[in-house]
Design a protein around this ligand. Structure first.
Ligand SMILES: NC(=O)c1ccc[n+]([C@@H]2O[C@H](COP(=O)([O-])OP(=O)(O)OC[C@H]3O[C@@H](n4cnc5c(N)ncnc54)[C@H](OP(=O)(O)O)[C@@H]3O)[C@@H](O)[C@H]2O)c1
Length: 319
């Protein structure tokens, strides 16, 4: 059983704890907040058997924890992750993994030196329908990929964290990292940013961002948009020379379907009924990898996190 410690008792941490209830591979063993009363209340509501830690440092130093899940705001991921790695703790870090490629490199340097497992909680990469879509591509169901597009938008402009430059807010860092991971998954690793158009507030926060990517050899074009101001359809499409794959909700796949070039449906797969529990897959992947002595998750290897960070740096510099 992998004993998980939750670092930061916020919104996503609560969802994760609810999802992990009764899991056979992973147990929430401890929760840490900057305030003891908050950790106690959080544990009572979401993981009553977990130990309560007052302060993140105590969780990082605890011998009862195998893996720490970093669920703090974006600008704190680096500092909290390094603290855990220095205590030889395995770490699963919420997206965006860090604020720059320089921070990403530093985290992996420290983790490699200590032989500590580290993975990015890019939860979509671990979902069964994501892996099935990759399998369809690799088996040549639609031939060579020509065009990829996806959008991701929620009406969440009132969330304080997203409006704060100090906490790493904005639509790209919150949602664009998913569309960029989608691009890397289905366009391949050798892609570059071609165009960026971001609409920014006076604080510098991007409320929506549209961007295009192109494969280095020019054979694949990708178009993406993300927004924190509206609920979009969240759909993705991968067009190949012999058909297309349509993905319903790229942030929590509900359905994937493969079509012939004339739009005849060839096969479709629905998500399992409990798709809201999709967070379990990333934790189960960590449990499996750590039990095998690995320091990377196969579904989200360090090279992918590094590429996302490189692209994030480029897109943010082009806004
Ligand atoms: N995978 C997903 O689907 C998903 C969804 C939403 C968010 N996320 C990611 O998860 C991370 C947390 O997002 P969230 O929506 O859960 O945020 P949140 O509700 O604001 O919670 C963040 C927690 O971080 C801690 N924290 C430490 N320093 C803080 C500071 N200076 N200001 C505010 N909070 C601070 C707080 O916990 P304590 O008070 O207990 O110390 C707070 O409850 C972000 O990186 C976000 O991108 C992922």
């Amino acid at each position: 059983m992998l004993r998980v410690g939750i670092l930061g008792c916020g919104t996503i941490a609560a969802k994760v704890c609810d999802s992990l209830k009764g899991n056979k591979k992973v147990v929430v063993e401890g929760v840490a907040s900057r305030e003891r009363a908050k950790a106690k209340k959080f544990a009572a509501a979401h993981c009553p058997d977990a130990k309560v830690f007052s302060g993140y440092e105590k969780l990082a130093a605890s011998d009862d924890i195998d893996l720490i899940y970093i669920a703090t705001p974006n600008t704190y991921h680096y500092e909290h992750t390094i603290m855990c790695i220095k205590e030889y703790k395995n770490v699963l870090i919420e997206k965006p993994f860090a604020m720059s490629k320089a921070e990403v490199d530093s985290i992996f340097f420290e983790a490699k030196n200590r032989g500590v497992f580290v993975a990015e909680a890019m939860w979509t990469s671990y979902l069964p329908l994501h892996l099935k879509a990759l399998e369809w591509i690799n088996k040549g169901r639609i031939g060579a990929v020509k065009y990829v597009s996806a959008n991701l938008g929620y009406d969440i402009a009132n969330v304080p964290r997203l409006n704060s430059p100090v906490l790493g807010g904005g639509s790209y860092l919150d949602l664009g990292v998913y569309t960029t991971n989608f691009a890397l998954s289905f366009m391949g690793n050798d892609i570059k940013v071609a165009r960026v158009f971001a609409r920014r507030l006076s604080s510098g926060i991007d409320r929506d961002t549209t961007y295009s990517m192109e494969s280095e050899d020019g054979s694949i074009l990708g178009n993406f948009y993300v927004t924190m101001c509206a609920d979009t359809d969240k759909d993705g499409v991968i067009v190949g020379e012999r058909g297309k794959i349509k993905l319903t909700n790229i942030n929590n796949y509900r359905k994937i379907a493969v079509y012939s070039p004339d739009d005849t449906l060839l096969e479709e797969i629905d998500a399992e009924k409990d798709y809201n529990h999709g967070y379990v897959y990333e934790f189960e992947s960590c449990a499996d990898a750590i039990s095998k002595g690995l320091i990377q998750a196969p579904e989200m290897p360090w090279a992918r996190t590094i590429r996302i960070a490189q692209i994030n740096d480029t897109i943010r510099s082009m806004m």
